[in-house]
Write a protein that binds this ligand. Sequence first.
Ligand SMILES: Cc1cc2nc3c(=O)[nH]c(=O)nc-3n(C[C@H](O)[C@H](O)[C@H](O)COP(=O)(O)OP(=O)(O)OC[C@H]3O[C@@H](n4cnc5c(N)ncnc54)[C@H](O)[C@@H]3O)c2cc1C
Length: 184
Amino acid sequence: MLQHDVAIVGGWLAGCRAALEIKSLIPTVDVAVVAKTHPIQSHSVAAQGGIAASLKNVDPKDSWESHAFNTVKGSDYLADQDAVILLTKEAPDAIIDLEHLGVLFSRLKNGKIAQRAFGGHTHNRTCYVADKIGHAILHELVNNLHCNGVTIYDEWYIVQLIFEEGDAKGIIMYRIEDGKLEIV
Ligand SMILES: Cc1cc2nc3c(=O)[nH]c(=O)nc-3n(C[C@H](O)[C@H](O)[C@H](O)COP(=O)(O)OP(=O)(O)OC[C@H]3O[C@@H](n4cnc5c(N)ncnc54)[C@H](O)[C@@H]3O)c2cc1C
């Protein structure tokens, strides 16, 4: 049986970022990330256009409220509005965190992160890395996982979660290459 303090199910942009956040809060925690794909085959690497945040580098009239309204409207009012408020309020800080992790955002002439128009947004607020935002972020997140000692199980397929008294305590997974089963 393999042992880790935390095993994150689903490895790429969301999972990697979660793993790094845990390591930054408690560096001694032993964190693993499990994904059925290799990073370059993930959904995350396909993202091209950019990532929205009301940094106001191009449009000083932008605001998190406007970003929130665009997001809720773009979801045909189906989005969880509490989650949208959190997302749009924290988005500028999340971009700066990514920059500090090493993501090479495209720049304005004054050196600030460039922002452009994007479908559904009423202000120029999309930060981008040419047309490779997903690839660029994933590249740095995976680098940072290696630097922080996070174990990566890529091309391992999770078949079941193990619950004890309602809490997820482990996973059953198999290696896609040869079908080897493991309990974490
Ligand atoms: C063509 C394209 C363009 C896009 N453009 C943009 C854009 O410009 N801007 C933007 O913000 N968003 C864009 N997106 C959306 C964005 O890429 C996704 O919302 C984001 O990547 C989701 O990240 P994630 O980490 O949640 O999911 P994923 O990257 O899909 O990661 C999910 C992980 O779960 C793992 N997994 C799932 N089931 C199992 C299992 N049973 N066992 C083991 N592992 C499992 C997968 O292997 C994977 O690692 C685009 C998406 C596509 C496809």
